[in-house]
Design a protein. Structure first.
Length: 194
């Protein structure tokens, strides 16, 4: 729990340092029950393998009037599930995500792109298996609403990107027909910090 709090604090500080608009931005904490990262990769030209990471944590800062935002996300790699235990175990191994050595992955936004009043893209850096490279998340939807259960304003959305896994050093089977390109779908919802 202490590690989680420290990670959230670092993400908030990074957001403040990056944009300097905290006075006008609302700060939200990601709701782990409404957040996940899923992936889809071609399996040797036959089917599409998929899996997901759960228990996502972090912060979201959003200032729509200034068309600015910040997202700092921590992904617990040990939460990986595929629905098939041997496949899940293999993906957690050093052949792929090397979860024992790299228990967390991180995304930190650097820029939010708007189309009119709508969030269009979130650009940032993804740290995975110890390497950091830029990615652009395309927003398929993003909205804020008055949460009737929590009695708070909540914000969130769905985002997509495709990465070349070999840029992060995940090369297993890349030369034997398993595609390098991996589609990633990020779903986050966040509520104001107490």
């Amino acid at each position: 729990m202490k590690l989680l709090k420290n990670t959230v604090t670092l993400a908030v500080l990074a957001g403040l340092g990056t944009f300097g608009f905290a006075a006008n931005a609302a700060t939200y904490e990601i709701d782990s029950d409404h957040a996940n990262v899923r992936f889809y990769v071609d399996h040797f030209g036959t089917t599409t393998n998929s899996g997901g990471f759960y228990g996502i944590s972090g912060v979201l800062e959003y200032a729509p009037e200034e068309q600015k935002g910040f997202a700092g996300i921590t992904i617990p790699m040990g939460s990986l599930e595929t629905g098939f235990k041997p496949f899940t175990k293999h993906l957690r191994s050093a052949d792929f995500f090397n979860v024992e050595k790299y228990p967390s992955a991180y995304f930190q936004s650097t820029d939010w792109v708007f189309d009119g009043e709508k969030v269009k893209e979130v650009k940032g850096n993804l740290t995975l298996v110890g390497q950091t490279h830029p990615v652009t998340l395309t927003a398929t939807k993003f909205n804020c609403y008055d949460n009737p259960i929590l009695k708070k304003r909540s914000c969130g959305g769905d985002f997509e990107t495709t990465i070349d896994r070999t840029k992060w050093g995940i090369n297993t089977f890349a030369d034997n027909g398993m595609m390098k390109d991996v589609k990633i779908v990020v779903q986050i919802e966040a509520t104001p910090k107490d």
